[in-house]
Design a protein around this ligand. Structure first.
Ligand SMILES: NCC(=O)CCC(=O)O
Ligand SMILES: [Mg+2]
Length: 335
């Protein structure tokens, strides 16, 4: 009689009772995903009616402003609260001083204005960093040796952030990892009457090798002088340092902090959330998206289930929201 047991001390706690029916599983689930958890990163191009695929990011396209506005309407209708905007800057607009970054009629500034005009309820985050605008692909202004100069770069970032706020950006998101730039940007925003402009700091941004497809998307892959960003982005071996970085940016006036990349760094998210208890975000970066998509295309992983599980993991780790290239697909799956 292999399927009967002798009577006898039964387990007082049967963990499986709450897993035995769908209603009970729904009742006790600790974490859930909603479209309101997502921020959708988008790439904007010059021109009109322009659409370019990004080969290493299947399903993601660079769009001209007119097409991006149409996409933004769809994003808002899916219940996604915000976009994060990244420009594809033509080579002839790049320079050593990155002055294109704060031109009032630059691509980002025009895109922000068009988005806020057409879809005012959709939050717009802008990337504050010089890498799309420098000829050498580093996130700041460099000296003769190629070292990124902190305080000179910070001044440029202040100009860039102010130009985004003036164009109507809801959130400026410095991704450059210069020291002191959050405080400098906050001071200038206050001084210029933008006291409600939010700052989401890329506070713990690691010198990761998962950013490759993004650099393909914005066309900065080929030209990173020196080959890496180790003198300002964090060492992947460090964890305490992430808390220090986040605490500094909060003290300087950040409203929200971000850990980047995402899935390989969810231990950092958990520590930040537990210790600082502030609005915490993570970026599921291009390489994470690319490796999922590659496996989906091979039929090696099941697309919808794995996508949603990957995003749920961010919530469980403590994220209040997730920057993800899956935002639209995931929001559709959750409708
Ligand atoms: N400052 C924005 C990024 O570097 C994005 C990286 C990625 O998606 O790989
Ligand atoms: Mg910092």
């Amino acid at each position: 009689m292999p399927f009967t047991t002798s009577r006898g001390p039964f387990p007082a706690t049967r963990m499986r009772r709450l897993r035995a029916s769908a209603f009970a599983r729904d009742l006790v689930r600790e974490t859930a995903l909603s479209p309101a958890d997502f921020i959708f990163p988008v790439f904007v191009l010059e021109g009109s009616n322009q659409r370019e695929a990004v080969p290493s990011m299947p399903g993601i396209e660079r769009l001209s402003i007119d097409l991006l506005v149409a996409q933004a309407r769809e994003v808002a209708s899916l219940g996604i609260p915000a976009l994060a905007l990244f420009p594809v800057v033509p080579a002839e607009r790049k320079s050593l001083d990155a002055s294109e970054a704060w031109r009032s009629d630059g691509l980002v500034q025009r895109t922000v204005a068009a988005l806020k005009d057409a879809v005012p309820e959709l939050g717009v985050l802008t990337d504050v960093a010089l890498d799309p605008y420098t000829t050498h692909g580093q996130d700041g202004i460099i000296d003769e040796a190629g070292y990124v100069l902190n305080d000179v770069t910070s001044e440029a970032l202040v100009r860039q952030a102010l130009s985004h706020a003036e164009a109507g950006a809801d959130v400026v998101a410095p991704s450059d990892m210069m020291d002191g730039r959050i405080g400098a940007i906050r001071q200038e925003l206050e001084a210029q009457g933008h006291s409600n402009t939010l700052i989401m700091s890329y506070a713990a941004k690691y010198a990761s090798s998962y950013y490759g497809p993004f650099r393909d998307a914005v066309g900065s892959a080929g030209n990173i002088k020196g080959g890496n960003k180790h003198s300002y982005q964090m060492d992947p071996g460090n964890s305490d340092e992430a808390l220090h970085e986040c605490a500094l940016d909060l003290a300087e006036g950040a409203d929200m902090i971000m850990v980047k990349p995402g899935m390989p760094y969810l231990d950092i998210v958990r520590r930040v959330k537990d210790e600082l208890k502030v609005p915490t975000f993570a970026y599921q970066v291009s390489g994470e998206y690319a490796m999922h998509k590659a496996a989906f295309q091979q039929g090696w992983l099941s697309q919808e289930a794995v996508m949603l599980e990957s995003l749920l993991a961010f919530k469980r780790a403590g994220c209040d929201g997730i920057l993800t290239y899956f935002a639209v697909e995931a929001a559709k799956a959750l409708q």
